[in-house]
Unconditional design. Structure first.
Length: 382
């Protein structure tokens, strides 16, 4: 658990006082690994990022400013990205792993150290946040943060109210982790992230255990609870729940903060009468950081550094937050972030909530194997 108070909170309050302003569908690699590398050149950049995770105009604007062609591919789980990176020859120049995966990928020699002198906007990053990230990436040597957020509960307001009389229960993981509660939502569609590295620690924390425990017996406690929930979960996926929540085909999910808020916004834009909301449960949850890193075999280094630096510009970082509803690591961007986003406690958690957030540890191989095994058994119903 952390008592970290983000610098953005102070900046946001100051901005208001001064009156300054108001990993997601999986796809193939941008050019298919080896073929991406074959297309490398001065005017090319190959990026692999999470699905639904960048403002629509950022890549086109960068292409115009830089005079390059960006091949942009998407994934929806850290496991998919890691498999490509560990296989080698991915052809990517910039990738966006979660922090806990970055830690072990660094140990595997996947990335090259960053030359910070080539990032003129590096100084824009929140120093307190960088200290926190340095636990996994010592001296912030290999990556810089892209966006961050929390893992929580997304729900259909009307469906939840119909089942429980109000939405109060959404403030606790009891809604999802007590089978008798989950059973009441089964018929309107329950979904869960297809990401054991994200879900298992949250369950352990709910059970009062260390969310990053490596004790097999402790991890089995999470497995037992998840198996009890399994009959009520229709789908495991890490990006489909956005549209499912937005169109009403799902009513309850374990999802990522910005994704659920995107679903809320899509429903509002569609005018379909679906009301979506997100909660950070009172018991606490996982705080994640998605990182910008350059693979060791990247071919387009100049463009890779230029793209990362571009994303650290305050105006670009603000545009990203405004579009995807995830907080960014550039405090000076806050005056340009929409007031509704900046003041939303589910996006920028207040100190009392932030104190109950935890980061995800780098799992040793034997624990990773246990996670994979229990998750396979869970999804297959064995």
């Amino acid at each position: 658990m952390s008592t970290w108070t983000p610098k953005w909170l102070c900046v946001a309050l100051a901005a208001v006082a001064l009156g300054a302003c108001g990993k997601k569908d999986e796809a193939a690699s941008p050019a298919g690994g080896a073929s991406a590398a074959a297309g490398a050149g001065a005017g090319t950049l190959n990026v692999y990022n999470w699905s639904d995770y960048i403002a629509e105009d950022i890549v086109p604007n960068f292409e115009r400013e830089r005079g390059v062609k960006v091949n942009y591919g998407v994934f929806d789980s850290n496991e998919v990205l890691e498999a490509k990176l560990l296989a080698g020859g991915s052809g990517f120049d910039v990738v966006v792993p979660g922090l806990q995966f970055l830690g072990r990928q660094v140990q595997a020699g996947v990335f090259q150290p960053l030359d910070k002198s080539r990032l003129k906007n590096y100084a824009n990053l929140d120093p307190e946040l960088m200290k926190r990230i340095a636990v996994q990436d010592p001296d912030n040597r290999y990556a810089v943060p892209y966006l961050w957020g929390t893992t929580g509960i997304g729900y259909n307001v009307d469906k939840l109210t119909a089942a429980f009389g109000s939405t109060e229960i959404a403030g606790s993981w009891d809604l999802f982790f007590k089978p008798e509660n989950l059973a009441k939502m089964k018929d309107c569609g329950v979904m869960m992230l297809d990401a054991p590295s994200e879900v298992v620690p949250v369950v352990l924390n709910y059970l009062g255990e260390d969310p990053n425990s490596t004790d097999p017996a402790v991890i089995e406690k999470a497995a037992a609870l998840l198996k009890a929930l399994r009959p009520h979960v229709q789908t495991f996926h890490s990006s489909q729940y956005i549209d499912a929540l937005a169109n009403g085909s799902a009513c309850l999910v374990i999802g990522w903060s910005g994704d659920v808020l995107q679903a809320r916004d899509r429903a509002e834009e569609a005018g379909n009468g679906v009301k979506v909301a997100y909660s950070i449960p009172k018991e606490g949850t996982a705080l994640f950081f998605d990182m910008l890193a350059i693979p060791k075999d990247a071919k387009n280094l100049d463009n890779a550094y230029a793209f990362i630096d571009y994303l650290l510009r305050p105006d670009v970082a603000a545009a990203n937050s405004n579009y995807v509803s995830y907080p960014n690591p550039v405090p000076s961007s806050l005056p340009m972030v929409d007031e509704a986003i900046r003041n939303d406690p589910t996006i920028y958690p207040p100190p009392a909530t932030a104190a109950k957030l935890f980061t995800l540890a780098n799992l040793p191989p034997e624990v990773d194997r246990q996670y994979t095994r229990l998750w396979t058994e869970l999804k297959t119903g064995r």
